[in-house]
Ligand binder design. Structure first.
Ligand code: FUC
Length: 804
């Protein structure tokens, strides 16, 4: 029932949002468009409302729309914490601190891996097929218009022009498919609904109804079998003129219609607050309620509602990086793959990243964006399309705040508020600790134990996840969110860390067991490969960041003074982040171990550079060390997965190296992007889209070091451009335009009235209206000259920056 109320809540929230929105404005062209139907799923185009997703092939001969409902997962809730872990923890820690890495590894392998170790997969809901009865076509185009969130396929057949529009409506909680032609009574589509397994489909009057339940086979790796998640989906057909007949059990046939609108919705009996199924929820009743709740089912009314709600979020940000190129998207991508530069394609990619985030993580009440966002055609997807928490889920949310889609973080923090329950069982049963944590993987059932293999003994997944919650506060200044959601999660995570830390021989606080996600080194004692050590550099960086965030938050809330002191004392005794004497890069582990794979895709020890804040120009040795680390990784073949490349863009942006950042933006497009602009790990994985989007933003604005830096990594290839609506910490909204690679002007809106500090490479003045407020002063940061202006602001005040 709660899930049902949450769903209705989404409907109401959407309706409310749709009441306050913009007038019709002409936006510059922002379309992904193609002159042929999708040859496969990786060429199909996505729509989503945060809960429902669809991949559209745009095939006029047999249209295929693959659909998803975000909570349709195989599996069930299982406490998979290994009961032997805690009993052996002290011995594992002792061996690690004594340099007996093999012994520790064996003990941990025997006693820490989850029972069972694996989760099951996110699944497709199925496919909608529409046979338009078309034999040949001309003038074919399919496009996804990011300005409206509408996918349109147009073609002519037999002299009749067809237009198919599809969008995912958040306010009405349905996917809307509308088809019309320019000739009355000419539409005769046959509509079919299909799922390979675990479901029955019936055609009744004007509806196709799917009902099912996932049947899991028992499997020692992934848990008990049984009749698990229940689900339903409904496709309601509304025809203008013409008639609808049931052709077969699962096919509806429309004859002689002027226009046809299909409303698709789906639901499961998953209850987010329980992290489990809830047999009091009837998925079909939820579908019925969603459809009957829609008052005006004509296409124009549905579209108007969607347009307002969608536009209100999407149009907060604009970005122009170069001249518009009027060529199909796949052709443009090909020219970039052949070495050309297409800054406008980068702007499209950036806006697409924002589009994908709001389409897969819209409002509270829904699950966060998973490894594929919300789009998955499989029953057993790559990596189960799960929530990976040793880089991937974190990366999904990197663009959320800076690109002005702050509310997309709310599903994430809500999910973790519930996951705290299972995470605290893991903290207690596996580590004898207070607080909560999880390792490198979770699912909607809240698995938090050590997963997959012993490389999964990575209890820093929880502490790292808290960064997104703190950032939400840092960007919005929302103290209610801080008090009720972010700080409780951070504090409890810090309590876990405090209890997990042990003292090493030098009296430093260290984590053990520990690894640098998925990477391996040679054990100096035996020469054998291993991954388990204590106090890997990433752990230390995560803890510094988490504790610092906790201290700031508790201070802002004026609470927990003693706790703040405890955190400060522990921070003072953490091992330092070091530069490796052998490589000159940041040392990845507590000792200067030799790496097995120097070009490894993970660059965990650079977390302090991005998304962290420890490595900035004011720490020049680490700053230089970070540069060297990336160079070494790249020269050994690193950056070869989509997300890895995307992380590198963020690193170079933070290193203020515009040309390198630009090189890797192009490499992301060249090497790791599919024709529908989905990130290609390979295979498709959405984190690279999100990391790429945040990297582009990070080249245009940064605010992590205590000031807002304008155009910090602007490459010469983007010498002219502008943006509006990007956000900086402290809740400032920034617009900027530039020519000849020099700022022409910037606008700063102080949404909260916080103190403002601006940094730029050239002298500038700050104006309010027409009057000058102040002139920036020359300042030196680590040997580079900048100009800085610092000034108090009032809530909603706007300032203009121009060159002096
Ligand atoms: C991490 C990465 C892999 C992949 C997987 C989903 O384990 O190391 O490359 O992205 O997550």
């Amino acid at each position: 029932m709660k899930r049902f109320l949450e769903l209705i809540g989404i409907v109401l929230m959407g309706a409310l949002l749709s009441m306050c929105s913009n007038e019709t404005i002409q936006y510059p062209d922002l379309r992904l468009w193609y002159q042929q139907p999708a040859v496969d799923w990786n060429a199909a185009l996505p729509v989503g409302n945060g809960r429902l997703g669809a991949m559209i092939y745009g095939n006029p001969f047999l249209e295929q729309i693959q659909v998803n409902e975000e909570s349709l997962w195989a599996g069930s809730q299982v406490n998979s914490n290994n009961p032997n872990a805690l009993k052996n923890l002290k011995a594992i820690q002792r061996e690690l601190l004594n340099g007996k890495l093999q012994e520790a590894f064996k003990l941990a392998t025997d006693n820490m891996i989850g029972t069972p170790p694996r989760i099951r997969s996110y699944q497709t809901m199925g496919d909608i097929f529409i046979d338009y009865g078309v034999k040949d076509t001309a003038n074919y185009i399919r496009q996804l218009d990011l300005n409206t969130g509408v996918h349109t396929t147009t073609f002519t057949s037999n002299g009749v022009e067809y237009t198919e529009n599809i969008f995912a409506s958040a306010p009405d909680n349905v996917i809307v498919i509308n088809v019309k032609t320019n000739k009355k009574g000419s539409l005769n589509p046959k509509i079919k609904f299909h799922r390979d397994k675990d479901a029955t489909i019936k055609a009744i009057k004007d509806e196709l109804i799917m009902e099912g339940q996932i049947i899991d086979q028992p499997d020692s790796a992934s848990g008990p079998g049984g009749a698990h998640m229940k689900f339903a989906a409904k496709l309601k057909i509304l025809s203008k003129k013409g008639s609808i007949t049931v052709e077969q059990d699962s096919i509806l046939s429309v004859s002689n219609a002027d226009e046809v609108t299909l409303l698709f919705t789906a639901a499961t009996d998953y209850n987010l607050s329980l992290l489990n199924f809830d047999r009091s929820i009837c998925p079909l009743a939820v579908c019925d309620a969603i459809i009957t709740h829609i008052k005006k089912t004509d296409y124009q009314s549905l579209y108007k509602k969607h347009e307002k709600e969608y536009g209100n979020m999407y149009h907060r940000v604009s970005l122009t990086l170069g001249n518009k190129i009027n060529k199909p998207t796949d052709k443009r991508l090909e020219t970039v793959k052949n070495g050309a530069d297409d800054p406008d394609l980068v702007a499209l990619y950036f806006q697409y990243g924002r589009y994908l985030l709001m389409s897969s993580s819209r409002y509270p009440g829904v699950l966060p964006a998973n490894l594929q966002g919300i789009w998955n055609k499989e029953y057993v997807a790559p990596w189960n399309s799960d929530f990976h928490t040793n880089i991937n889920l974190q990366m999904n949310y990197w663009p959320a705040e800076v690109t002005n889609l702050s509310e997309t973080v709310l599903p994430l923090s809500q999910f973790f508020s519930y996951l705290q329950k299972t995470g605290s069982i893991t903290a207690r049963e596996t580590y004898g600790a207070r607080g909560w944590t999880l390792h490198h993987v979770t699912d909607p059932f809240g698995r938090t134990a050590v997963m997959d293999g012993i490389w999964g003994a990575y209890p820093m997944g929880g502490p790292w996840m808290t960064f997104s919650f703190y950032e939400h506060y840092a960007f919005t200044g929302d103290k209610t969110y801080l008090k009720e959601i972010a700080y409780p999660l951070m504090k409890s995570s810090a309590q876990f860390v405090l209890d997990f830390l042990i003292k090493d021989k030098e009296g430093q606080w260290v984590t053990a067991p520990s690894n640098s996600p998925e990477n391996r080194f040679y054990d100096p004692k035996t020469g054998l490969e291993t991954n388990m050590t204590y106090a890997a550099t990433m752990d230390i960086e995560i803890i510094n960041e988490l504790f610092k965030n906790c201290i700031h938050s508790a201070k802002a809330l004026n609470i927990d003074e003693a706790f703040r002191d405890t955190l400060k004392n522990v921070m003072a005794n953490l091992p330092p982040v070091k530069v490796s004497p052998t490589t000159g890069g940041i040392q990845e582990w507590i000792e200067d171990y030799k790496e097995v794979w120097p070009g490894h895709r993970h660059m965990s020890h650079l977390l302090g550079l991005y998304p962290g804040t420890m490595i900035t120009p004011i720490a020049p040795k680490l700053f230089q060390g970070a540069k060297t680390t990336i160079e070494k990784r790249l020269s050994a073949g690193g950056g070869h997965t989509g997300w890895s490349r995307a992380w590198i863009i963020n690193f170079y942006a933070r290193l203020l190296d515009a040309e390198k950042a630009h090189e890797h933006v192009n490499a992301l497009l060249n090497k790791s992007t599919l024709s529908n602009l989905f990130d290609n790990h390979p295979p498709f994985q959405i984190d690279g889209n999100f990391g790429g989007t945040s990297g582009i933003a990070e080249m245009l604005i940064q605010s992590h070091a205590g000031y807002i830096q304008l155009l910090p990594a602007l490459p010469k290839e983007w010498s002219k451009g502008s943006y509006t609506g990007l956000k900086a910490r402290g809740n400032f909204e920034i617009g900027c335009s530039w020519t000849d690679s020099k700022l022409t002007n910037a606008t700063i809106k102080s949404v909260k009235g916080n103190h403002c500090s601006i940094l730029y490479t050239l002298p500038f003045i700050v104006k309010k209206g027409n009057s000058k407020v102040l002139e920036a002063v020359k300042t030196d940061i680590a040997g580079t000259t900048y100009y800085e202006a610092e000034f108090p602001t009032q809530k909603d005040e706007e300032f203009v920056i121009t060159l002096n």
